[in-house]
Design a protein around this ligand. Structure first.
Ligand code: PLP
Length: 421
């Protein structure tokens, strides 16, 4: 442990200043205790905590402004509409979309990908066509494509990963052909932490005229994403992983494609006129937002975006990288522990197994120490199968985590190992 502390002192010398304690004070839940111990929340990959700014924005809306959006002439409805649409404008800026027509509020990444599968892919797919994904995808970026392949007779093709959990450009390119109608991949793997070379992958798809989708659920919390720079056609992400509320997320879509796509769901708000002779659909983005939306969720997400935009994200990212390095060194020193996913470029997430200790037992013992990690297949069963594992333990760090929490994690794993082996 002493060596690790020295190594971190050295690396912090080169890191931009990041005041973790000041950031932590903005997240009320981080002050609580679990089983009598200070909470060490290391399950951010599953869902991140909310800062006061998000809690307050939702609270203010609920207390003072709630009404349905878009259809009311009365004051509250106009206020709610302004807050909801203001949140969209923040998102547009945050991801550098070209226009507010390109940002659709959805329930989260899962719904965004299903929308693209059903509204973009289903109408154009036929037998013989292919959808290309990669081996390390979350089930949310596998099953919607399996469904649409079943519905249309198209084939799902899976690009390989190597034993470090890396996906290589040439391996993906070799599977792109005139049959490939869409390429979908994660920006960051939730099970392994791998950051995929998405810019190069998107360029490869674009060069072949293949429409592309990025599952950004695990990327947006850790790095700035720029739609114009990435040059993808669709990008999906979830509010609750980026310090916003649950039940809200967004789909970015290139306007020209969204224009051509039929609505996914029908109902109120997505129409301009309805008669029994036929219906005229609303303009973008409303064409894809049928029914009363998650208004408070969108407002909370807007506040999360504002919070993130106000952070020094370069410094936050450097802090997270230092946490990952620290955790990698500390866990590597534990006998019988194997890190699963050793890609050269990783987000601040570490999956591991300890021989002789079931991940669920480990998770339960750590919880007794106030340390929250995730155990299981992480909705990435093919990844588990690849590594011949039923489950892993996973610690996923946010910028509010500390080196001390990582040390507590390592010490608690070591204690658990000694109990079981
Ligand atoms: N994609 C990835 C990479 C994820 O990590 C997750 C959630 O864990 C999802 C998609 C699904 O996100 P949601 O459940 O918010 O729709």
């Amino acid at each position: 442990m002493k060596n690790i502390a020295l190594a971190d002192e050295h690396s912090s010398f080169e890191r931009p200043h990041f005041d973790v304690e000041a950031v932590r004070r903005q997240f009320p839940v981080l002050a609580r205790r679990v089983h009598g111990r200070p909470l060490a929340y290391l399950d951010n990959g599953a869902s991140a905590q909310r800062p006061e700014a998000v809690i307050d924005a939702v609270d203010d809306y609920e207390r003072h402004h709630h009404a349905n959006v878009h259809r009311g002439v009365h004051t509250l409805s106009q206020e709610a509409t302004a807050l909801y649409e203001g949140a969209r404008d923040r998102l547009v800026q945050f991801i550098n979309a070209r226009s507010r027509h390109e940002v659709i509020f959805v329930r989260g990444t899962t719904e965004a990908i299903n929308l693209v599968a059903q509204s973009y892919a289903r109408p154009i797919l036929k037998a013989g066509d292919e959808i290309l994904i990669t081996y390390l995808e979350h089930h949310a970026n596998i099953v919607p494509w399996q469904l649409v392949c079943e519905q249309t007779g198209a084939t799902l093709v899976v690009a390989p990963m190597d034993s470090r959990g890396e996906v290589h450009l040439d391996a993906v390119e070799s599977l792109m052909s005139s049959r490939t109608r869409l390429f979908a991949c994660a920006h960051v793997s939730n099970a392994l932490g791998t950051v995929l070379p998405v810019r190069r992958l998107m360029a490869a798809a674009r060069a072949r005229g293949i429409v592309s989708l990025i599952d950004g659920a695990q990327a947006v919390p850790h790095m700035s994403v720029d739609m114009q720079d990435l040059d993808c056609d669709f990008y999906a992400f979830s509010g609750h992983k980026m310090f916003g509320p649950t039940g809200i997320g967004a789909l970015y879509g290139r306007e020209a494609l969204l224009e051509r796509m039929p609505p996914w769901q029908g109902g109120g708000d997505m129409i301009l006129a309805v008669s029994f002779a036929g219906t005229t659909y609303n303009t973008l983005p409303y064409k894809f937002e049928a029914g009363t939306p998650n208004i408070s969720g969108a407002i909370g997400l807007g506040a999360a975006v504002e919070f993130l935009a106000g952070l020094n994200r370069v410094a936050a990212h450097a802090h997270e990288s230092a946490l990952l390095d620290h955790a990698t060194r500390a866990l590597s020193g534990i006998p019988k522990l194997r890190i699963v996913g050793t890609a050269g470029d990783k987000a601040s997430l570490i999956s591991f197994v300890v021989a002789g200790v079931h991940p669920h037992d480990l998770g339960t013992i750590l919880d007794g120490d106030g340390i929250a990690i995730r155990t299981g297949h992480h909705c990435a069963m093919p990844v588990m199968e690849f590594f011949d594992l039923a489950a892993t333990a996973r610690a996923s760090f946010a910028f509010y985590n500390t080196f001390e929490e990582v040390d507590r994690l390592a010490a608690a794993i070591e204690r658990a190992r000694k109990i079981f082996t």
